[in-house]
Ligand binder design. Structure first.
Ligand code: DAV
Length: 379
């Protein structure tokens, strides 16, 4: 690469091409993931705690193989629908590269095949003008970063800051070898008591476990985000941001974007099945005058296999700004509920993507929203 191609970050530019501080400022550019060539993860010991037990047979049958074609085509179509709807609303959409997830790979510690790059929110976290690559904890996601590198290099050349969290070795020490993965009831009990399949051996986190409210960022200890990872983020971001570790009642915590979802300054959706357990966090929201709204349950029809997620993907929404929200088209109770809150709903047929591990918020990563760094909770 020529030197002139790298040194292009203009110091004085008004807003970096990458710039986003919260979940609701007017959206200008976003990444929508891709599942071309998706491969079903192997049902390894640790993966049993990530996959829904009613679908373990699916993983036993297809693990290491491409997804069945009908599921794959519907999923790809769903992400294309999302791209079209977002573009229709005036948002610039970028997509990652297609990489070969069928290739098996071997590191010093393990062997695996890949997964998919549909859930951009897990791997990438944008805070201000910085893109942070997450050190994710699934072995089948070890090389997922490759799908995003062309995009990230391009954003870097245009002025973004680029950081990669310390890559996980994903050696056996990262997974609690005594965790009773086959005893589902016991596993749930342990998780509710604060024990997880991931240990504190090395930092790990998914971007989707962090929810941005300007200077305040909420994060949960989840199946894939450990305290070591949270501490790494706290020190990395420094005193400009306040990281609040938040607990919810959840026997398989995995990402905050179906649990505690801001819909604008002063309003947040709280999943009724997963209430917030921290009175200091609830006080923080109440003192600052935030409204907490409880959406109705999701309806996801039984023909859509939710291999990795709950039905609450219905509240996995994208705010285009504080007035417009993108929502799965068939989730009528949720749509009605959002309309009653005065929002203009923008429906998208995305449910074909649900089997691949997320909804429309999971599938995306905000690149640029028009706004500045602010404090929404006093001081
Ligand atoms: O509700 O099962 C799904 C979120 C995945 N990013 C759930 C969490």
């Amino acid at each position: 690469m020529k030197e002139s191609e790298v040194a292009v970050a203009p110091k004085q530019q008004q807003q970096s091409v990458v710039c986003s501080y919260n979940e609701w400022d007017p959206l200008e550019e976003i990444i929508v993931g891709r599942i071309d060539g998706a491969v079903v993860p192997n049902l390894t010991r640790e993966f049993k705690t990530f996959a829904k037990p009613e679908y373990w047979d699916f993983f036993r049958k297809y693990g290491g193989k491409p997804y069945p074609e009908d599921l794959l085509l519907k999923g790809m179509k769903a992400l294309d629908n999302l791209q079209m709807v977002l573009e229709d609303q005036g948002v610039i959409v970028k997509r990652p590269d297609v990489i070969d997830f069928t290739k098996t790979y071997r590191t010093m510690h393990f062997e695996s095949s890949g997964f998919n790059s549909g859930n951009a929110r897990d791997f990438l976290l944008v805070i201000g003008d910085e893109i942070i690559e997450s050190p994710m904890a699934y072995r089948c996601r070890y090389f997922e970063y490759e799908a995003y590198r062309s995009l990230i290099k391009d954003y870097f050349k245009k002025g973004a800051r680029w950081t990669a969290g310390p890559k996980c070795s994903m050696s056996d020490e990262l997974y609690d070898q005594t965790f009773p993965v086959d005893d589902i009831e016991e596993s749930k009990k342990l998780i509710l008591s604060g024990r997880y399949i991931t240990t504190e051996y090395e930092p790990c986190f998914d971007g989707a476990d962090f929810t941005r409210f300007g200077r305040d960022i909420l994060v949960s200890r989840s199946l894939v985000t450990n305290n070591f990872g949270i501490e790494w983020m706290r020190r990395h971001l420094g005193p400009e941001y306040r990281i609040h570790v938040t607990r919810f009642y959840d026997d398989s915590p995995m990402h905050m974007d179906t649990t505690w979802v801001p819909i604008g300054e002063g309003r947040v959706l709280s999943c009724p099945e997963r209430p917030c357990l921290d009175s200091n966090i609830l006080d923080m929201f109440k003192t600052a005058g935030w409204e907490i709204h409880k959406p109705p349950p999701g309806l996801c029809p039984p023909q859509i296999p939710l291999h990795l997620t709950s039905r609450w993907l219905s509240m996995n929404i994208i705010m285009l700004d504080q007035n417009r929200v993108v929502v799965e088209a068939s989730e009528e109770p949720t749509i009605k509920f959002l309309k009653n809150l005065g929002l203009k709903t923008v429906p998208v047929d995305i449910k074909g993507f649900f089997p691949f591990g997320g909804g429309l918020h999971c599938a995306t990563c905000d690149i640029r929203r028009k706004g500045t760094l602010r404090s929404y909770f006093g001081n």
